[in-house]
Structure formats: C-alpha cells, structure tokens
Design a protein around this ligand. Structure first.
Ligand code: 5GP
Ligand code: MN
Length: 351
C-alpha cells in the first residue's frame, strides 16, 4: 500500500477548495529550516501555476537564516519579523490558510500571528509530518512517516494533478527540504518512496548540484572554528546513557562572531562516536534556551523533548525551548534522560 494514504475524497475536496480560493496564505513553523522554507515556497510556486486566479502569499514568522538565503524565490517571502502589519493584513483577507511543516498553531510563536489565524474566517489546510496535529484543521494531511513536508507537497501535487505546475525551481525548493530534513539521506524514513520522490523531483529539473554546493561549500569561517571549539571544549559524554551533551552560551557565540544559524548541524556530530546514540545541543539565545535533540535507532527524543520541556518533533530529531539557565536545562534533560533510559531497559526482555 502506498505510504501516501490520503483519500480520493480529501483530494477532491481540496482540489475544489484550492480552485475556489482567491487569497491563499502559506505559513511554516517559527525559525524555519530547509524543509519549512522549501515547502512553503515550493507550494507557493505550484499554486501560482495551478491556480492562477489566486493571490498566494508565503509568510515566515522569523527572518531566514543565512545558510538558506540562496533558496530560489526567497525574496517573495514576507517576514513577520520585518513587516508584521502587512502579514496580518494578508491573513485577515485570506480565504485559505495552509499550515506547512508544523502540527499546531503555537509553533507560529508570535501571539498576534496566532491570534490572526485563530480569528480568521479562512478555511485551514495542514500538510505536515509531525505527530499529533491540532484537531481543528478543515483539511488535514498529517503523515509522520514522511521524511519531510516537501515530500508530501510533491506527492500531494501529483495526486491533485499539478505535476505540470512543478517548475525546476519549485523542484529545487522541494528537494532542498528533503535533503536537509533527512540529513543528506542519512537519517530516518529511508524508504523506496523517499528515493522515488527525489528521483521525480530530479526529473522535473531540481538542481541537485546547486543544493549540495550551497549547503556545503559556502559556510562562513567562524562556523567551522566554532564547531572545533564546541567539540573540543564543550562536549560531555555519558557512556552509561549512550548520550552526549553540547552547550553554548551567548557569550561564546559572540566571541566567535557567530550567529545561531552557524550552529546548524552541530547536534548531529556526537552521534558519529561509537556507543553514542542520543545527542543534545543546548544553546543560549537572547531570550531563552533552545534545545536540539537527535538520536539514531529507535530512541525517541521527541518523547524526551515533550516530557522534559513541552517540546516536540520526530523520533530521531526533536527540539524544545526553556526559560532559565543552560545548567538548569541540562539538569532537567539529564534527569529525564536517565528515567527514560531506565524505563526502556526495564521493558527489554531478559534472557
Ligand atoms: P531543530 O533541533 O532542528 O530545531 O528541530 C528538530 C525538530 O524538532 C524539528 O522537526 C522541529 O519541528 C522540532 N522542534 C524544534 N524545536 C521545537 C519546539 O520548541 N517545539 C516543538 N514542538 N518542536 C520543536
Ligand atoms: Mn520538516
């Protein structure tokens, strides 16, 4: 059976809703990553082609990090951080709001943005791969076994008969999200459908060489130096828990002239160590602590992020926010980690 299990009724009613919509707004989660930016801009380009009557607006809650600033059509993205009034206006006028790469409107972060969505008369469509979507979407495409929201945008576009609307640039955007959310095809969801999707996007003209080039060979010097520092000085291993913790303060970040985008990918590095299959990166931002968690195998870091901090994500990649100090966040994390490891060991069958 296909992994993409939306019913033909859902596709038909979605087709009708899209054809009827005159003003469509597309939203990703706060601090958008490659999958969030790729999916909202890719979906925008596809809809502009497939539904030429509609005015389509993509709004990001926050500014886009430097490592993604090369993505095609980024200049068409409205930023709530820069132009809040204009974004709220577009939302007030919308007749369809598409929520991409997030399962709940609280992931839009800003109270006025959340309120604008709540009070809007627009119909709301979810396309996402996180667990536990809010129950109140008018159309809900939620597949936690998809590698990326970009994979769902591609497959749904095929189901809607929009293949011809996927331009080479839209294909590049969608493939970027798949490449970043799968860690260059190294993490979870490595099933045949994923590679079929990638192959379909390549056939449509996705520029794989450009994506790999931009993601790997244009990083600022301070990013590599910061990585060296963090790995040498700030890596703590807990072999009995098969876990690693990395921490970074604002002061250390500033010392390297680095920004939080320069820490992208750091959390994955400790997983390369034999005997470590859970990694946590704790970073002090201006107004809060940000935690990023990664694991290999079946260790569920989303449960950990949820239970310890009310965060969430996927089994092998999750995150959370915390108000307090790095030390406190680390202690809370370790405490929950110990408990989870103990309960999983207790549940294992004995010889
Ligand atoms: P990252 O560590 O790259 O920020 O996030 C990894 C995954 O965890 C992403 O799928 C993201 O959606 C999810 N995630 C990150 N931060 C949060 C958070 O504060 N709350 C929730 N619910 N999910 C998060
Ligand atoms: Mn995603």
């Amino acid at each position: 059976m296909s992994k993409y299990q939306w019913s033909s009724d859902l596709v038909a009613s979605l087709h009708e809703a899209l054809a009827e919509s005159k003003r469509i707004v597309i939203l990703p989660h706060t601090a958008p990553d490659g999958d969030a930016v790729g999916s909202i801009l890719g979906w925008k380009l596809i809809l502009e082609h497939a539904c030429p009557e509609a005015e389509v607006t993509a709004i990001s809650p926050d500014r886009i990090e430097d490592y993604l600033r090369w993505m095609p059509h980024l200049e068409e993205l409205l930023s709530f951080a820069d132009e809040p009034e204009r974004c709220l206006e577009r939302l007030a006028e919308a007749d369809l709001i598409c929520h991409l790469d997030h399962n709940t409107i609280t992931r839009l972060r800003h109270a006025s943005l959340i309120e604008a969505v709540r009070t809007s008369g627009a119909r709301r469509l979810l396309i996402d791969h996180h667990l536990d979507p809010d129950p109140d979407f008018d159309y809900c495409i939620s597949l936690p076994n998809a590698s990326a929201t970009c994979e769902l945008i591609y497959q749904l576009s095929l189901s809607l008969g929009y293949r011809a609307a996927i331009s080479p640039e839209a294909a590049t955007l969608l493939l970027t999200g798949i490449i970043t959310d799968t860690g260059r095809f190294m993490y979870s969801h490595l099933c045949p459908e994923l590679f079929e999707t990638a192959s379909g996007l390549l056939a449509l003209g996705a520029d794989y060489a450009q994506i790999i080039d931009r993601l790997n060979y244009h990083n600022p010097e301070q990013q590599l130096r910061l990585q060296g520092y963090v790995l040498d000085r700030k890596l703590e291993l807990y072999p009995e828990l098969r876990a690693a913790v990395l921490t970074l303060s604002q002061q250390e970040l500033q010392q390297y002239g680095a920004s939080k985008g320069d820490t992208e990918g750091l959390v994955n590095l400790p997983l390369s160590i034999e005997g470590i299959d859970c990694s946590c990166f704790i970073r002090e931002d201006r107004s809060q602590i940000k935690l990023s968690l990664r694991s290999t195998g079946d260790f569920p870091v989303n449960e950990l992020a949820q239970e310890a901090f009310g965060g969430g994500g996927h089994r092998n990649a999750a995150g959370a926010e915390y108000q307090g100090s790095i030390e406190e966040a680390k202690n809370i994390y370790l405490c929950h980690l110990q408990r989870l490891v103990a309960s999983r060991r207790a549940a294992q069958p004995h010889d």
